[in-house]
Structures are given as C-alpha cells and as structure tokens.
Design a protein around this ligand. Structure first.
Ligand code: ADP
Ligand code: MG
Length: 702
C-alpha cells in the first residue's frame, strides 16, 4: 500500500507561520508584529503578551507541554533548555501560561558553553532573545512536543555567544550597502536587499547495529581504522543510482518531518560514495535557511534511528572514498523580487550586474582567508585539498559566458557581446529541442557562479552555514560600500561604474580560475598568482584576528575585536578536543580490541605451525602469515606508545593555539602511524577474528 500524503496540507503544520499568525492574532497585533519583523524595531510588551498567549494555545493544541528558547552556541549544534508552561494558582493547582516576557527573553546559565574567554564560569549569565524573523515551531518526539522559539544568545555584556547574532548583523550590513548600489542605479522602489541561501546537505547512512560495534563512529563520528573495501566508488554506480527501499522509506519519513517544519525539502539522490546521499531544500532567506539546515541535520539523525539506521554527518566518515560537504548557494534579492545576481540575457550590457560581480570578485580575492576560515573544522581538514572536495585554495569559477565578458572588459576596455547558449541537438528526432545554458559547470571550483547565484562549496557537512554566510555578507558589504563611496560622488554614475568595474576586475583577475581545481598544476599556478593556500583549520583560525579583518568586522558592526578573539580561541579548543577524543578512541580500540584479536590469531597460527610441522610437513605459509602479523603488531605497539606520549604532552599545554598546533603536528601524525599497521593487519587476520565490522560491512549492507 502506498501511503498517500497531502503535502500542501502538512507543509508548515508545525510552524507558527504567517498563516497561523493571521488566523490566531487580532488584526492590530498581527500588523504590529509584522511591522516589527520587517523594520527590526522593538516589540511592545502588550503585543508580546498577546503573541505569546496565542503561540502557547496553538502549541498546546499540538500536544506541547513545554517551550524552549532554541539557540546556536559556538559548539555548532543547537541547544535548548525546556520549561513547562505550568504556573501555580492560589488553590494549589496549575494553569498553562506563557508571557510576552518569557517569549522575548530567556536567561540561561550557559557557563558550560564555549565562550573563548568572553565569560568566565563564575560570570555565568547568558541571555537568549527571540529572533522574530525566524518563526517558532513544534519539535515532536515520541516523548512529547515542545514549542521551540528561535533565539540569539549573548553575554551579560552584550557580546554574541552564538552563530546567529553575527549572521543577523551581517544581513543588516549587506542590506545597508547593497541598497546604496540599488539606488545608484536608479531603483527607487526597492526598500530592502536580503541574502538568500540554499544548503545542499550530504550525509552517509549506515545500519545501526553495525554502527554500534564501532567505537570510533560512536565517539568520533568517523572511522579511525579500516582497510578499504574491495569495492569503493570507482564504478560511479552509486551516484544518482536507484535508491534502495530501506533508504527510500527513510527519505520519505525525513521529507514528511521536514515539510511539517516548513523546510522546503526538494531534491534527494544518492551521492558518489557508497552509502552516501544528499538532500537539498529550496533556498530561503539566509537566517531561515540557517535554522532550517540545523533542523535538517537534527531530523536526519533522529529519523534514522527510527529506521534502525544511523546518519553520519561527519565530513570524512571513511578514508578512501568521498567525504561530505555542504554547498552553500548564495544570492542577493530585493524586496521587489529582483535577484541582483541575475545577469540577464545580455550580461555585457548589465552595468549594475557587472559592478556587483566586480565587487564580489574583489571581496573574495581580498578576504579569501576569511572565507577559508569560515569553512574550517577538524573534519573538513580531511577534505579540502584532498582530491575530492574543492581545494583549500579559494578561486572563482565564472563560466564561459561571464569569463568572456570579463576578458573583453580587460582586453578591449569594453564588453560588446555575450556568448549565447546553443540549441541542444542530441541527434534523436523524438527528443524535443531546448536551449542549453550558456555555460557548462565546474565541479572542482570552491566558489562558482551558477547562473544567478554563487555556490560556495567548501563548507563542511556538519558545519552551521551561519559562519560562511556571515563572512560572505560582510566582505561583500565592504566592497559595496567602497563602490558606493566612489559612485555617490560621480557626475555620471553609469560611466563611473563602468570604469570602476573595469579597474576592479583587472586588479582581481587572479582569483578567476576555470580549470581543474583538483590538479597539482593548479596548486603551482595558484602559488605563482600569490593566492593563499591555507591547509588546515589551525592555520586558518589566526586570520580572524588579523588587524585588517578586525577592522572589517567592526566597521560593519558584525563582530567586535573581543568577539573575534573569542571565536579564534574557541576554534583552537574545539580542534584540540576533537583530536584528543579521536586519539583516545584509537588508543582504546587498539589496546582493547585490535591488539588482543591479533594476539589470539597469531596464537592460532603458531599452533598450526607447530601441529603441521610435528607431522613432518612444511608450514611455510603459516610462517609467512605469522611473521607478517607479528611485524605489524610490533609496529602497532611502537606507534601506540608514541601516540600515548604525544597525547599526554599535548594535554598539558595551556595556551590554546600552541596546544592546537601540538595536536595537529604531534598527535594527528602519530594517529596516522598507528592506523597504517592496523589496517594492514585487517587484511591478514582471519575475518572471523577481526573485532569490529569492516568498511564493506558498513558501506554495503543497508
Ligand atoms: P544545482 O546546484 O545542481 O544547480 P539547483 O539549481 O537545484 O542545483 O540549486 C541547488 C541549491 O541552490 C538548492 O538548494 C536551490 O534552492 C538553491 N538555489 C537556487 N537558486 C538560488 C538562489 N537564487 N539563491 C540561493 N540559492 C538558490
Ligand atoms: Mg549544487
């Protein structure tokens, strides 16, 4: 039986969205609230009380007993503290209440959240405040329902302790500067420019019972040992392959949950690696898209459990096959519905578009390290530059059409034509003809123009998209403001814009690269062009507090110097803690699982040698196996001792950056030395003796 789903009916049914608000709020209150949301003004207490009460009634009808201020601390995952709606009455009973005050502001003893020195444990006060631009929603679990109120999280002194506050500030910054550009080109109708994001999410699915036998997956989210399976992704047969029933039923459930939450889950398909999949929603305003992406990740994990599956969001769950990322599609739209990144049919004539393009190229070139940093986490260090994900070097792919326009501008000083898409001709008369895009795609570029949006492809699959969007918005706000400063003084804006476009494009042409970003030649070429190649998270973090970057964030009111310092410090701590957990998990698995199994197996083989030779036959093969085993066992033991010492040493370092460097240079390298002989042993030891499921078991049994 096929379950029939009324998608329009269930879509957004768990969201306190515009429709619900219109239904449930008195007209005057609704209008007042919308005005606040649109203008970013402060909410009147009376309005807040009415909204809170309506929200509570709605939530209780949906089965909720509790509410929570839902926020995104610097851990990168969401946090919630639940309060029930109960309020005592004089006759010792309770009624269900929710006030405007409780809706707007929460106080949380958040001293255990990372703050990077912004808040000491003894100054525990942290506040959450309602972000009314993102609608409240119901979180349903078998245990009950909770009203979730999206909030920002900040300290007693007003410093941001979360990922959402800087994002919202950056959206305001780019709105302000983009509006100056929009006005300069004669648009007096638009009143606001918003950034939009669409986050394509990659993930792996493994069987829960298999997962439970791997301590590395449980503690670190990725395999720390594991010989390659006989088959990997070389046949390209998983990519876009037909979806297996168990996965399809998981995806169906996932879609239903997401639709109820108002997430516009749209596309799903198998990805390149075995057991890898992708989900893409329809894009939304960046703050909503950011909240939704967190919901997507949470829901993916939650729904998987229901199907006896586990969703792995780690950037590199398995060595030797592709890891997972998140493509962040980014664009700028006016409230009148114009996409500022739409080049139109004749891009060479579109002065506003070309200026915006030049400003983006300048921003990406000048602030490439900040973009690189925004996509850094310990997991992504395994991907960036490792021949699958985009390289760690930032460059921009424009595609044939725009590259040609840019070339004309630089070479002739004028762009006079635009390449057009040709009609598709596949040579089969029954296939209807259609116009092809003017531009092919490039899979290897970290920052690619894809028709009417830019796609930032470096982001890690576990990461919040708040950071990359905060950086993108801020750096482009900066180059927009520089352009506006010049053009607002010009007599002939069109001419001045043309000259500035030409100037900026020729100054930043080095950032454009349309070739293969995975090749060795590109690494050399990029070096020749002077483009930074920042190889890991620890190196990237330092850029947050370079004087020019502090000045940038402060100028646009996005982050203060102390907020940036705190983020840098939290980054080092996160890195050290992650590697520490991984190293300790490896030590545990090596000592308690792998080495004992190898010892058992060598004993069996040794007994065989004795038994076989006792009857006067040569046990040559057994002796070879035995010697291979003992050789690798010794290597493992030496590497284990080295790793234990490295961890011990690194753990003692107190300065965060120095500690992170030690984890990267000493601990991380020692981990690789321990893994190599263990993986070699997995290929020698009897499969029945191997103490954990293999790559083949994990990737091929769902
Ligand atoms: P592809 O990356 O294969 O071109 P799509 O065109 O479907 O695939 O887009 C991928 C993602 O980009 C989706 O999440 C989509 O909603 C989003 N997207 C499409 N247009 C825009 C836009 N103007 N701004 C931001 N994101 C967009
Ligand atoms: Mg894409």
């Amino acid at each position: 039986m096929i379950k029939k789903l009324d998608v329009p009916e269930i879509f957004g049914s768990n969201v306190f969205n515009d429709e619900t608000m219109q239904e449930r709020l008195p007209k005057g209150i609704y209008k007042e609230l919308i005005k606040n949301i649109e203008n970013g003004t402060e909410l009147d207490r009376h309005v807040a009380d009415v909204v809170a009460n309506a929200m509570k009634d709605w939530a209780i009808e949906k089965g909720a007993t509790h509410y929570t201020h839902w926020f995104q601390p610097l851990t990168g995952v969401t946090a919630e503290k639940h309060d029930s709606f109960i309020s005592p009455t004089s006759d010792n009973k309770v009624i269900m209440e929710f006030s405007g005050k409780e809706l707007i502001k929460g106080e949380s003893d958040g001293s255990s959240f990372p703050s990077g020195g912004l808040r000491a444990t003894f100054e525990a006060r942290g506040y959450t405040a309602w972000d009314c631009t993102s609608p409240a929603f119901i979180h349903e679990t078998p245990a009950g329902a909770t009203l979730c109120i999206p909030t920002v999280f900040f300290s007693y002194t007003g410093e941001a302790l979360d990922k959402k506050t800087p994002l919202l500030r950056s959206m305001e910054a780019i709105n302000k500067q983009a509006m100056r550009i929009v006005r300069l080109f004669g648009d007096n109708r638009a009143a606001k420019v918003t950034t939009c994001a669409g986050a394509e999410q990659e993930y792996f699915i493994v069987d829960k019972h298999t997962y439970e036998q791997r301590k590395d997956l449980i503690f670190a989210g990725r395999t720390l040992f594991g010989a390659p399976a006989p088959k990997g992704q070389e046949m390209d047969d998983h990519y876009f392959g037909s979806i297996k029933e168990r996965i399809a039923s998981y995806m169906a459930d996932l879609n239903e949950e997401l639709w109820k939450l108002g997430v516009k889950a749209k596309t799903e398909h198998n990805e390149v690696a075995p057991a890898q999949h992708e989900l893409a929603p329809i894009y939304d305003e960046t703050n909503i898209a950011t909240d939704h992406n967190q919901l997507v990740m949470e829901t993916m994990k939650r729904v998987a459990f229901r199907h006896d599956l586990v969703c792995l969001l780690h950037e590199k769950p398995f060595a030797g096959v592709n890891g997972s990322g998140k493509h962040n599609n980014w664009s700028l739209t006016t409230d009148t519905g114009k996409n500022l990144l739409d080049p139109g049919k004749e891009p060479h004539e579109n002065r506003r578009f070309l200026l915006i393009l030049a400003a983006i190229l300048k921003a990406v070139d000048e602030y490439a390290p900040l973009l690189r940093e925004s996509a850094s986490n310990p997991g992504n260090d395994h991907r960036l530059g490792a021949n699958e994900a985009p390289p760690a070097i930032i460059s921009v792919f424009l595609g044939e059409q725009l590259e040609d326009v840019v070339k004309q501008l630089c070479e002739k000083g004028e762009a006079t034509e635009s390449i057009k898409g040709a009609a598709a001709d596949v040579g089969v008369s029954t296939v209807p003809s259609f116009m092809m895009d003017a531009t092919d795609r490039n899979r290897t570029s970290p920052f690619a123009f894809t028709g009417n949006k830019f796609e930032f492809r470096m982001v890690g699959s576990t990461a919040s998209i708040a950071d990359p969007n905060t950086v993108l918005n801020t750096i482009v706000a900066e180059t927009f403001s520089q352009a506006a400063d010049i053009l607002e003084k010009a007599d002939d804006v069109e001419m001045a814009a043309h000259d500035l476009t030409k100037q900026w494009i020729s100054e930043h042409i080095r950032i454009i690269f349309n070739g293969n970003g995975y090749s060795e030649e590109w690494v050399k070429e990029a070096k020749r062009r002077g483009l930074p190649n920042i190889k890991n998270m620890v190196d990237a973090l330092g850029y947050l507090t370079k004087p020019e970057n502090i000045a940038l964030f402060e100028k646009h009111g996005v982050m203060t110097c102390s907020e940036l310092k705190s983020r840098e410090e939290v980054g080092y701590e996160t890195y050290s803690k992650t590697i520490n957990i991984e190293a300790r998990t490896m030590i545990d698995m090596a000592k308690k699982q792998i080495i004992p199994a190898v010892i058992r197996y060598t004993t069996t083989v040794a007994n065989s040698v004795k038994a076989v030779e006792d009857v006067g036959v040569s046990a040559e093969v057994q002796r070879i196996v035995l010697s291979d085993c003992t050789k690798n066992l010794k290597l493992m033991n030496d590497a284990l001792i080295k790793l234990e010492m490295a961890v011990e040493k690194a753990a003692l370092i107190t300065e965060p950056k120095k500690q992170a460097v030690a984890y990267r240079d000493e601990v991380f390298t020692a981990m690789a030395e321990l893994r190599a002989p263990a993986d070699a042993l997995e290929m020698i030891v009897d499969a029945k003796e191997w103490p954990m499921p293999t790559y083949a078991d994990l990737m091929f049994n769902v």
